[in-house]
Design a protein around this ligand. Structure first.
Ligand SMILES: *[C@@H]1O[C@H](CO)[C@@H](O)[C@H](O)[C@H]1NC(C)=O
Ligand SMILES: *[C@@H]1O[C@H](CO)[C@@H](O)[C@H](O)[C@H]1NC(C)=O
Ligand SMILES: *[C@@H]1O[C@H](CO)[C@@H](O)[C@H](O)[C@H]1NC(C)=O
Ligand SMILES: *[C@@H]1O[C@H](CO)[C@@H](O)[C@H](O)[C@H]1NC(C)=O
Ligand SMILES: *[C@@H]1O[C@H](CO)[C@@H](O)[C@H](O)[C@H]1NC(C)=O
Ligand SMILES: CC(=O)N[C@H]1CO[C@H](CO)[C@@H](O)[C@@H]1O
Length: 835
């Protein structure tokens, strides 16, 4: 065993050896460094080769694909141009070996040919570091499927491969395919471009057709992953015919069914994710079934396919937009494509391996010259730039300068890192693999122009991933459907009107009913499927997209009611002050004593506090004001009424109890019963108030008014009724007691008889209490506050004028009745009447 060579055995691949080398040929060019090129010059089938006998498939048996010949010529053009140039690789000649792969039918054999050495032998080694295959790098092949097959093999040998048309995302996998590069954007970019297109025209209701192969499925997956806000009306798979000549009845039936589904779909936009070979039957059927007025969006694979464009009456199906590689114009290439160089016989005789022949290519290219010139270079530019990428890599590897290069043995794996590093300008286009190992050339949007057969694929827009939108060229897109020039609409439901929310009618978010937002809610543009409630201090009418601030109402200082209220309370306050002074001056007179003596001052102080508290009902309620409203008056009133009750009771007891129950009476007098009573009542009251405050902490709240949503009342309590009930229950009990005692004493001497005054106070109390309660149950808002304040003023006035007024009257106008003698006479006459 030889240790150095590690040769286990040699496999001789028998290949037709070249005879005399022709200098110029489409398939073979001798040079110091050879590039391999793989093109589909022939294809009309998706099928694998016949597998019954072991022979390399013959591509010439299939139909000519003239576009691929143009790509092949682009490679040849690039190599010759580099060879002619004295700067890129001076003194070095590039050569090529190009093979027809007829789609992917013949993709293995050419690789073996490229891997073989000059003697057509592929050696079996354990270590290929110092193995020199025939070619240094491979350009192509075109289809994704073939590119992946080729990449599997070339990656093992670390031979750089630059695809010019394979968009599949599989090639992005740097782990699996460390040497695969591409000069075209990937599928994902194609989908992004399509989605930009949909967004531009606001089409969100679409049909998706995809071919029943890897290309269709991969694209579909990517589309689903990215299509946010796009809904699919119909998704169907187009069967892939195995032979382009014959279509089985079963497949014919399937295609008919798909076309008829597309016809009946409500969506007007059809995305077709398919390879070109699948589509002729489909579009022929579409024309046959009179499909019209649709917008078709073509995947890159068929976006610039002349054979489809050539289908009779295809213009009827509507507008065809597509995603295609960007157009660049390569100077001099149009002439080169159909030129026959000197010494170039354009015939098949120069082939060194199988499928390096195309008898009709040049002739067909010359026939199609006119339309090919009009179409411009798209994929051709990708091929052209691929060759330049390898040349620039070599330039660095060979350490070239303007005068020459260090010509030496180069192994393919040495080229790979240099390819990764290339960065140069070609026809003003910057070319490098910086962004995720991808794409010197990206996509643009084209439209099929039915009225311009010379320029069938017109570019209409490019797109920018940075700006996230289409950048239209200055070309008006004419839609080929009625009515012309109007952008067709493809939505499941029309946009809702202002202030309407979307009620979904199916699982897809694009189909919905439009319903007005209710009053008090609004439509936020972030969520079109729900109405948001307005904040508490704002309102909206039905069908609104915004809320308006409400007018906050409260009892204001300048209102008439306020003025009247304050006027009365000021008068009441003055009167109470006057009464207080009068009572202080005449504190020793019997009238004052009979009215309660020192207890009167307790009442008067309470009344003064009560009056001073009235302004708390006016102005913007604050927590403090609310607290005052809820506690002060209630407490004052209880003080007054408990004093009155005690006083009535005492008078009754003097006249009635003292005689009958002298013991009890003396106890009452001895322990100051009246003050104990008042203290107990006050303690009770304070307990009630504290409980109320705890249950309903007084704080200003906004209360919406039913009849007018634009106004909101600012008041102290939302529902005050329970608290009011609890508050007044004690007062009510006391007033009934008071009323009872005063009524009991109605036959007492006139100057002790308080019944009618107390009745007046009680009437005030009960009427105002009931009124407040009724108003609170029926209304909300400022009226409640007014009633509340009015109740307070009336009650306070009632006590100060009703109870103290008559006594002042006596003091001022009948001083003769305000004497001890007069009182004794009255008592004596009363006792005599009793006896
Ligand atoms: C290269 O030079 C030859 C002869 O000088 C010329 O015929 C040929 O057209 C050139 N090729 C290109 C691509 O410029
Ligand atoms: C392959 O051969 C090269 C040079 O002959 C050597 O440097 C390298 O280590 C070898 N690799 C392996 C895996 O043996
Ligand atoms: C298509 O239209 C033509 C005439 O306009 C009509 O004869 C033919 O039956 C139609 N085909 C279908 C499938 O509707
Ligand atoms: C288009 O059709 C015409 C005649 O129907 C044919 O001559 C021409 O070659 C076709 N072109 C292509 C690109 O297939
Ligand atoms: C590069 O240029 C230098 C002089 O500028 C020259 O000596 C040398 O031979 C040239 N060639 C190479 C391959 O470096
Ligand atoms: C193989 C080939 O075409 N070689 C040519 C490269 O270009 C120089 C001129 O720059 C020619 O002299 C070679 O014949």
């Amino acid at each position: 065993m030889r240790s150095t060579g590690l040769i286990v055995t040699c496999v001789s691949v028998l290949l037709t050896m070249a005879g005399a080398e022709t200098q110029y040929s489409d398939f073979h060019l001798a040079g110091d460094y050879l590039l391999g090129g793989l093109f589909s010059l022939h294809t009309d089938t998706m099928s694998s080769p016949h597998l019954s006998h072991s022979a390399v498939p013959t591509c010439q048996a299939y139909k000519l694909k003239i576009a691929s010949y143009s790509y092949l010529r682009a490679m040849r053009f690039a190599v010759e141009q580099i060879n002619n140039s004295s700067t890129l690789l001076p003194g070095v000649s590039l050569g090529y070996e190009m093979v027809d792969v007829c789609y992917f039918t013949n993709s293995i054999h050419p690789i073996l040919y490229f891997l073989a050495n000059k003697h057509s032998v592929v050696q079996l080694h354990n270590n290929y570091t110092h193995y020199q295959p025939r070619v240094l790098a491979v350009i192509g092949p075109d289809s994704s499927q073939a590119a992946v097959i080729v990449a599997h093999v070339l990656s093992l040998f670390l031979i750089p491969q630059i695809s010019y048309r394979a968009t599949t995302n599989e090639l992005n996998d740097r782990e699996r395919f460390p040497t695969a590069f591409r000069a075209i954007s990937n599928m994902e970019q194609q989908i992004v471009a399509m989605l930009f297109l949909l967004k531009e025209f606001q089409w969100n209701w679409i049909n998706i057709l995809y071919s029943d192969d890897d290309y269709g499925r991969q694209n579909l997956k990517l589309l689903w992953a990215r299509a946010i806000g796009i809904c699919v009306a119909l998704q169907d798979v187009i069967p892939v015919p195995r032979s382009s000549q014959l279509l089985s009845l079963e497949l014919q039936g399937k295609i008919k069914a798909i076309v008829s589904k597309v016809v009946h779909s409500t969506a007007k936009v059809v995305i077709v994710l398919s390879l070109e070979l699948t589509l002729p039957f489909f579009f022929q059927e579409a024309v046959r079934q009179n499909v019209t007025d649709l917008v078709w969006i073509a995947a890159e694979a068929w976006a610039i396919e002349p054979t489809l464009y050539n289908i009779t009456d295809l213009w009827r199906v509507g507008t065809i937009l597509g995603v295609a590689a960007k157009e660049f114009s390569i100077p001099g290439f149009d002439d080169f494509r159909v030129s026959l160089a000197e010494g170039d016989n354009g015939q098949a005789s120069d082939q060194t391996t199988c499928n390096q022949a195309c008898d009709q290519c040049l002739g067909a290219a010359r026939d199609a010259d006119h339309s090919m010139r009009a179409q411009g270079e798209r994929i051709d530019f990708n091929v052209y730039s691929s060759v330049y990428i390898v040349a620039h890599a070599l330039h660095r590897l060979l350490g070239c300068n303007t005068t020459g290069c260090h010509k030496r043995m180069v192994y393919p794996w040495q080229v790979v890192p240099e390819v990764k590093r290339v960065d140069f300008s070609l026809l003003d286009k910057r070319i490098n693999f910086r962004d995720r190992g991808d794409t010197p050339n990206s996509f643009e949007i084209i439209q099929w122009k039915w009225d311009q057969p010379n320029n069938p694929f017109q570019k209409i827009a490019s797109y920018s991933t940075k700006n996230k939108k289409l950048l239209c060229y200055e070309i008006v897109i004419v839609f080929f459907q009625f009515p012309f020039t109007q952008v067709p609409i493809s939505v499941c439901s029309q946009q809702c009107e202002y202030g309407q929310w979307r009620k979904p009618v199916s699982v897809s978010s694009c189909c919905f009913e439009c319903i007005d937002c209710e009053a008090g809610t609004f439509l936020n543009n972030d969520d079109l499927y729900n109405c948001q409630p307005c904040p508490a201090d704002q309102w909206s009418s039905a069908g609104s997209e915004e809320c308006y601030p409400r007018l906050v109402k409260y009892l204001e200082w300048q209102e008439g009611t306020t003025v009247v209220l304050l006027l009365f309370s000021v008068l009441g306050l003055i009167a109470t002050l006057v009464i207080s002074v009068t009572f202080a001056i005449h504190s020793h007179t019997p009238v004052v004593k009979s009215a309660g003596g020192r207890m009167c001052f307790l009442m008067l102080v309470s009344l003064i506090i009560g009056f001073v508290n009235v302004p708390m009902y006016v102005g913007i309620p604050t927590e403090f004001k609310c607290m005052c409203r809820q506690t002060v008056f209630s407490l004052c009133f209880t003080v007054c009424i408990s004093c009155m009750t005690v006083r009535s009771f005492q008078i009754i007891s003097i006249f009635k109890m003292a005689a009958r129950l002298p013991k009890a009476y003396s106890y009452w007098m001895k322990y100051n019963g009246q003050y104990i009573f008042i203290t107990v009542i006050l303690a009770l009251k304070v307990a009630i108030i504290v409980t109320n405050v705890i249950i309903h902490p007084p704080a200003p709240v906004l209360v919406a008014l039913e009849d007018d949503p634009s106004i909101v009342a600012l008041q102290c309590n939302k529902s005050y009724k329970l608290a009011l009930l609890m508050n007044s229950s004690l007062d009510t009990f006391l007033s009934i007691l008071c009323f009872y005692f005063s009524y009991m004493g109605k036959e007492l001497p006139k100057n002790y008889n308080e019944a009618k005054y107390i009745t007046l106070c009680m009437a005030c109390f009960s009427v105002s209490g009931i009124a407040i309660f009724l108003v609170m149950s029926m209304y909300r808002g400022v009226l409640v506050t007014i009633c509340d304040a009015m109740g307070v003023v009336i009650n306070l006035l009632g006590i100060s004028t009703g109870y103290f007024g008559p006594k002042c009257y006596l003091i001022f106008f009948h001083p003769e009745r305000n004497t001890a003698a007069y009182f004794q006479t009255a008592i004596q006459s009363y006792t005599m009447r009793q006896d």
